[in-house]
Design a protein around this ligand. Structure first.
Ligand code: ADP
Ligand code: MG
Length: 331
C-alpha cells in the first residue's frame, strides 16, 4: 500500500537519506530501528509530505503522491511530544481531525475512540489534568479518529517508563488491526520493535540495511553492524576454538552466541564448547557466566539455569544451541 522508491534527501547538501527503497503491505506494521541521526524522522516526514524537496517517489494506495500536500495524503503522524491542544477538552482534542463533519458524526466517532482507548471517563478533562499515559492515549485516539490508512509513529513512547511502554506496545497492534490501519513505528529500542512489528527495517547513516521479519533478522543478522544495531552484545572475534560449533560461515570474522544458548539445549541441535569461567553475575532468576574459549579471548555471556554456578577459573563444557549462534561478517 506504500512504496518508497529511490528516496534521497539532503539538508543543506548534507545527505540524510541515501537511495531508500522500501514497501509496506496493507495492514502491515513496520518498525524502523536505527541510531540517532540515521534519518528515521526524515523518512517519516517525507512519507507524510513534510519534506517535499526529496528525490525519488512515494506511492500510496496505487497512486503517486510525491507531489501531494500533507493534508491531502490521509496519513497520520504521531510524535513523542504528542502536543495536545492545552485549552481544549479531551473530547475536543480527539474530534479535532473531524472538523467540518456533522456534529452527531463527530460525537459518535469521539465516543467510539474513547471506548476503544479506555478513556471514556476523561472526555471532559483538559490535557494538564491527565497523566503521561493518559495523554498518550488521547493522542493516539486523536490520530486514529479521522481513519487514516497509514499511521506514522516517531518514537511516541520514548518518554514513558518501561512498564507503561510495554503495556502500550501490547495494546497497540490489536487496536491498529481493528481500525484497519497500516503503520510505521520508529524506535531505537530492539525490544519495542519486536513487540510492535510484523517486519523490521534496520537503518544506518541514511540507508536501509535490511528489511525482514524480526525473528529472521535476530536469527541471522549477517553483519556485525546489523547485529550491533539490533542490540546484540558480546560480539566476539573468530577464534580456532569456535570450530567446534557447527557450520561457521567462511566469510565470518565474528560471531554472537546468545546468552540462552544452553537453555533446553538437549532438545535442540547443539555443539559442545570448552570454556573457562571468567565471572559470574546474577541475571534473576539465574546466574549468568562470563566465559571465554581461551586466555586473551573476549568472553561472552552464558545463562546458567542449572543450579550452583561453577567456580571462577574453572574449565567447563557448555552446550551451545545452533539456533543461538550468529556468524557475522564485516560490514
Ligand atoms: P533520526 O530521526 O534517525 O534521529 P533525523 O532524520 O532526525 O534522524 O536526522 C537525520 C540527519 O539529518 C541528521 O544528521 C540530522 O542532524 C539532520 N537533520 C535533520 N533535520 C534537519 C534539519 N531540519 N536541518 C538540517 N539538518 C537536519
Ligand atoms: Mg528522530
Amino acid at each position: 500500500m506504500l512504496e518508497l522508491s529511490h528516496i534521497s534527501h539532503a539538508y543543506a547538501k548534507k545527505p540524510a537519506l541515501r537511495d531508500i527503497t522500501l514497501s509496506l503491505a496493507a495492514g502491515e506494521r513496520l518498525a524502523i530501528i536505527g541510531p540517532s541521526g540515521c534519518g528515521k524522522s526524515t523518512l517519516l516526514r517525507i512519507i507524510a509530505g513534510l519534506e517535499p524537496e526529496h528525490t525519488g517517489s512515494v506511492s500510496y494506495r496505487g497512486r503517486d503522491i510525491t507531489r501531494v500536500p500533507t493534508h491531502l495524503r490521509g496519513i497520520g503522524l504521531i510524535f513523542q511530544d504528542h502536543a495536545l491542544f492545552p485549552h481544549m477538552t479531551v473530547a475536543a482534542n480527539i474530534g479535532y481531525g473531524l472538523y467540518g463533519q456533522p456534529r452527531a458524526t463527530i460525537t459518535a466517532r469521539v465516543d467510539a475512540m474513547a471506548q476503544m482507548f479506555g478513556i471514556a471517563e476523561l472526555l471532559d478533562r483538559r490535557p494538564d489534568q491527565l497523566s503521561g499515559g493518559e495523554r498518550q492515549r488521547v493522542a493516539l485516539a486523536r490520530s486514529i479518529a479521522p481513519s487514516p490508512g497509514l499511521l506514522l509513529f516517531d518514537e511516541p513512547f520514548a518518554s514513558l517508563d518501561r512498564t507503561l511502554r510495554d503495556r502500550f506496545l501490547a495494546e497497540l497492534p490489536p487496536l491498529l488491526h481493528h481500525a484497519g490501519v497500516s503503520s510505521i513505528y520508529v524506535t531505537h529500542d530492539p525490544l519495542d520493535a519486536c513487540l510492535i512489528a510484523d517486519t523490521l527495517a534496520v537503518m544506518d547513516a541514511g540507508r536501509v540495511l535490511r528489511h525482514a521479519a524480526p525473528a529472521h533478522l535476530f536469527r541471522d543478522p549477517q553483519t556485525r553492524l546489523v547485529a550491533r544495531l539490533l542490540g546484540m552484545r558480546d560480539i566476539v572475534p573468530m577464534h580456532p576454538a569456535y570450530a567446534a560449533l557447527a557450520q561457521p560461515s567462511p566469510a565470518a570474522t565474528h560471531l554472537h552466541i546468545h546468552p540462552q544458548a544452553g537453555v533446553d539445549a538437549r532438545q535442540h541441535p547443539h555443539s559442545l564448547l570448552t570454556v573457562t569461567v571468567r565471572g559470574v553475575t546474577l541475571r534473576p532468576p539465574w546466574p549468568q557466566l562470563q566465559v571465554a574459549v581461551g586466555d586473551d579471548v573476549p568472553p561472552f555471556s552464558y545463562d546458567w539455569p542449572f543450579g550452583e554456578p561453577p567456580p571462577i577459573g574453572s574449565s567447563v563444557i557448555v552446550a551451545v544451541r545452533h539456533d543461538c549462534v550468529a556468524w557475522l561478517r564485516d560490514d
